[in-house]
Design a protein around this ligand. Structure first.
Ligand code: SF4
Length: 511
C-alpha cells in the first residue's frame, strides 16, 4: 500500500465552529492528531485536515459558496443531495472540499465524526471520495463510539469502522491491508468480510498509553491567538470521561473515567510547549475538578516545575474552594467554563446536575475575586420548566453578571445515547426508531426546522455575537456571547422561550 493516509475531521452542517462553544479561537484537532502521531511512529505518511475550521473560514469569507452556505436551506439541501437529489451547487462545494484536502495519491481516508452535526457531512464526503477515488474509507470518532449499530452494512461506501481508542487498531488495519495479518486480528473493527458483517472485539487501551498529537506540517495560521508571535492554544487531556450524571450529556458515556499519571502530563505539556513555542493550553477534560486531589497535585507540579503556561478548562461549579482556585491561578489557569444550566435548584435536580444554585454563585464569585474568568453556560427548554424557573435563571444571571465574562444560552437537545433519551425510549415497541442510525441522525435535523429558522434566533445570535469574549483578553469589560440551539421535542411554545431569551438578554445588555 503506497501513498499518504488522510485523517479528516468531518465538517458540521452547522457553521459556527469552536467560537460557538465559548472558544473565540479555533482549537486544534486533538484525537485525529493523536492518531496521526501513531501512524507516523508506525512508519506511515499521514496528513491532518480539519474541515470544521476550513468550512468555518469558507462561511466567514466572501467566496463563490457564500450564497449556498449562508442560505437558510443549506443543511436541507445537503440532506437532499445526500438522499440523491441533483444539486450542482452542493456538488461543487463537496468537490471543493475534497480538493482542499489534497487527495493526491492517498488511498486511505480516515474520517472522524466528532458530533451529531458532523455525521451527515461525513457521509456526503465519504460517498464522494469513494466515487472519485475508489478510496478506502475508515470512519471513527467520538460520535461513532456512541452508536453500537452496524454502520458498514447500511452505508456501503464505508469500508471500515473503528470504535474506541484507535491508535493501535488503525496500525493493525493497515497491517491487514498490506496482507500481513488476518482481518480478525484488527481490534475494534467493524467491516463486511466475505459478504458478512464482521465485528471484532473492542480492546481496552489505557489512557496512560495515549500518544502525543502530531501537528507537523499543519497550517497553524487560522488558530493563531497572537499572529506576530505565532502562538496558538494546544489541546491536551489529563483525564477521560466524567463522573457526572447530567441527563442530556454524552461525555459521561463516551469514555470511561481514567487519569494520566502526573509525570506523563507534566512531561508532555513541557514537550508540547517547547516544540510549538506556545504557552497556551486548553485542558479538554470533561471536568477538571472531578477529583480535586488530582487537580491540586497537577497545579502543584505545574508550579514547582516552573512549567509556566496559561491554561483553561471545563469545570463543575462546586468543589473549588478559594485556596484551590488560588493555586490554579498560580499554576496558570485564567479561564474556566461552567455548565451552570439554571438558576433554579428544581431544574438542576431534573437535569441531574450535582451542584446547587448557591454553590454555583459562590464558585463564580470566588473565581472573579481570584482573577480567573468564568464562562457560564445555561440551558432552556427543559421538560417541566416553569416561568418561575426561567425567572430564577434570569435573576441568577443578574446577580452574577459581575462575575461572568462570557455567557452561552443553550436549548436542551435530546441526543441519542444521553440518559434523557434512553429514559424516553425505554419501554417503547418502536422498532423503526430503535437502532436506526439514519432515523436518529437525519430526522432530528428536519424536525428542528420550525424553531431553528425563526427570526428571533438569528436576530439574537447576530446581536450577541458582537460580544464574543476573549479568554486571555481584557478583563475590564463584560463581554457576552450567546449561542442559541434548538432541540427536538421542545415542550414549551417557541414564542414563550424566545420571549424569555430576549428578556434575559435585555437584562444582560442593559445592565
Ligand atoms: S454536563 Fe459536564 S458534569 Fe455533567 S455529565 Fe456532562 S461533562 Fe459531566
Amino acid at each position: 500500500m503506497s501513498g499518504k493516509i488522510k485523517l479528516i475531521l468531518a465538517p458540521n452542517y452547522w457553521l459556527h465552529g469552536d467560537a460557538m462553544r465559548g472558544l473565540p479561537y479555533g482549537i486544534l484537532p486533538y484525537g485525529v492528531a493523536i492518531l496521526k502521531g501513531s501512524l507516523i511512529r508506525g512508519g506511515y505518511a499521514a496528513d491532518l485536515c480539519n474541515l470544521i475550521m476550513y468550512m468555518q473560514r469558507l462561511f466567514e469569507t466572501r467566496n463563490r459558496f457564500s450564497r449556498l452556505l449562508r442560505g437558510k436551506s443549506y443543511k436541507y439541501r445537503l440532506i437532499r443531495y445526500y438522499l440523491g437529489d441533483n444539486d450542482r451547487a452542493v456538488e461543487k462545494l463537496v468537490d471543493h472540499l475534497l480538493d482542499s484536502i489534497y487527495p493526491d495519491n492517498s488511498r486511505i481516508f480516515g474520517i472522524s465524526v466528532s458530533s451529531e452535526s458532523c455525521f451527515l457531512p461525513a457521509l456526503v464526503l465519504a460517498k464522494r471520495l469513494k466515487e472519485r477515488y475508489k478510496a478506502k474509507i475508515v470512519l471513527g470518532g467520538p460520535l461513532i463510539n456512541l452508536y453500537s449499530q452496524p454502520i458498514v452494512t447500511k452505508y456501503k461506501y464505508i469500508d471500515y469502522v473503528l470504535r474506541g481508542r484507535c491508535e493501535e487498531p488503525i496500525l493493525k488495519l493497515l497491517d491487514y491491508e498490506k496482507g500481513n495479518i488476518g482481518i480478525k486480528e484488527v481490534p475494534n473493527l467493524e467491516t463486511v468480510y466475505n459478504n458478512e458483517l464482521l465485528i471484532n472485539e473492542i480492546k481496552d487501551y489505557r489512557l496512560e498509553d495515549e500518544g502525543l498529537p502530531d501537528y507537523d506540517g499543519f497550517d497553524f495560521e487560522p488558530y493563531y491567538i497572537n499572529k506576530e508571535k505565532k502562538q496558538f492554544i494546544i489541546p491536551y487531556r489529563c483525564a477521560s470521561g466524567c463522573l457526572g450524571k447530567c441527563i442530556f450529556c454524552l461525555h459521561r458515556v463516551s469514555d470511561k473515567k481514567e487519569y494520566k499519571s502526573l509525570d506523563k502530563v507534566i512531561n508532555e505539556i513541557r514537550f508540547l510547549k517547547e516544540k510549538h513555542n506556545t504557552g497556551y493550553f486548553f485542558i479538554t477534560d470533561s471536568t477538571i475538578n472531578d477529583d480535586v486531589g488530582y487537580l491540586e497535585r497537577l497545579c502543584d507540579r505545574l508550579i514547582s516545575e516552573n512549567i509556566n503556561i496559561y491554561w483553561m478548562a471545563l469545570a463543575v461549579p462546586k468543589r473549588l474552594k478559594p485556596d484551590l482556585l488560588r493555586k490554579m491561578y498560580k499554576s496558570g489557569n485564567r479561564y474556566l467554563r461552567f455548565g451552570i444550566e439554571s438558576g433554579s435548584d428544581r431544574i438542576l435536580k431534573i437535569l441531574g446536575k450535582s451542584h446547587t444554585v448557591l454553590e454555583a454563585q459562590e464558585t463564580l464569585k470566588n473565581c472573579y475575586d481570584i482573577g480567573i474568568k468564568s464562562h457560564a453556560h445555561f440551558m432552556l427548554g427543559i421538560d417541566g420548566e416553569s416561568d418561575n424557573d426561567i425567572k430564577s435563571t434570569n435573576e441568577f444571571i443578574i446577580r452574577c453578571k459581575k462575575y461572568i465574562c462570557g455567557l452561552a444560552l443553550w436549548i436542551l437537545r435530546k441526543n441519542k445515547g444521553a440518559l434523557i433519551c434512553d429514559k424516553e425510549m425505554s419501554g417503547r415497541q418502536d422498532n423503526d426508531r430503535a437502532g436506526n442510525i439514519e432515523y436518529e441522525l437525519l430526522s432530528p435535523i428536519t424536525a428542528r426546522r420550525g424553531s431553528y429558522n425563526h427570526g428571533y434566533y438569528s436576530l439574537l445570535f447576530r446581536t450577541a455575537s458582537k460580544y464574543i469574549n476573549k479568554p486571555f483578553g481584557s478583563p475590564s469589560r463584560y463581554l457576552f456571547f450567546v449561542r442559541i440551539m434548538t432541540f427536538l421535542g421542545i415542550n414549551r411554545k417557541n414564542q414563550g422561550i424566545q420571549a424569555e431569551i430576549l428578556r434575559i438578554l435585555k437584562c444582560i445588555f442593559n445592565a
